[in-house]
Design a protein around this ligand. Structure first.
Ligand code: GRF
Length: 206
């Protein structure tokens, strides 16, 4: 029997892009069976753009300030996604809350990674906020994206212990290390058709 054709996936990143690189590596190693077809960035200075160039991944820069409304900005992004027949959108440090245009067009086909155990420590500073709060356990969450920030149904979570001698920097390193393993796992589950969303719950088929 012939294998099913590989699905096309896109990563959205505004910054450094270490999760993007982890996804590139997982695709290269065959741990994620998909075409990594596109990087979308809204920031010309994003480190992710240089990573895309090095890895030969197509890149589209779509800057919010070039559009008079959020809806027009998202419509341009959707055009890129449709032109490239994208079936899964992977947010990896994309520093914008998505609006209804993108969310409805890619309903239950957008994943996000958050560097804390949701619903605790939502927002742009999840690692620092958890560290400053003095938690003993924090971690990483992968979730489907809905209209609210850091809110949609949770796919996977992994914990990271905060030890006595941890600094913010050492905790960041531990969190990123876990992120780079957990995101490829979640993407793989999605692509294998093993995730089913039931209300707030995500059922994972063994
Ligand atoms: C990660 O910590 C991710 O959880 C958060 O933004 C950060 C992006 O890091 N959403 P990088 O750009 O992938 O290195």
């Amino acid at each position: 029997m012939e294998d099913a054709p590989l699905k096309n996936i896109a990563v959205f990143a505004s910054g450094r892009g270490s999760n993007f690189s982890a996804i590139i590596r997982a695709v290269k190693k065959g741990k994620i069976k998909a075409n990594l077809s596109l990087l979308i960035s809204d920031n010309p200075k994003a480190g992710a753009i240089a990573r895309a160039k090095r890895a030969g991944v197509k890149m589209a820069l779509v800057k919010r300030e070039d559009f008079s409304s959020k809806s027009d900005f998202e419509k341009r992004i959707i055009q890129h996604l449709q032109d490239n027949k994208i079936e899964l959108v992977i947010l990896a440090g994309f520093m914008r809350v998505l609006g209804p245009d993108l969310i409805q067009t890619f309903n239950q086909r957008i994943l996000n990674i958050h560097p804390a155990i949701l619903p605790s420590f939502k927002g742009a500073q999840g690692i620092k906020d958890a560290f400053d709060y003095g938690v003993k356990v924090t971690g990483v969450t992968i979730h489907f994206v809905d209209a609210e920030m850091d809110h949609g149904p949770i796919v996977l979570q992994a914990q990271v212990l905060v030890e006595e001698n941890d600094t913010l920097e050492s905790l960041e390193k531990k969190i990123h290390k876990i992120e780079h393993k957990l995101y490829p796992q979640a993407i793989r589950l999605f692509l294998e058709g093993k995730l089913r969303v039931e209300g707030r719950k995500v059922k994972i088929t063994p």
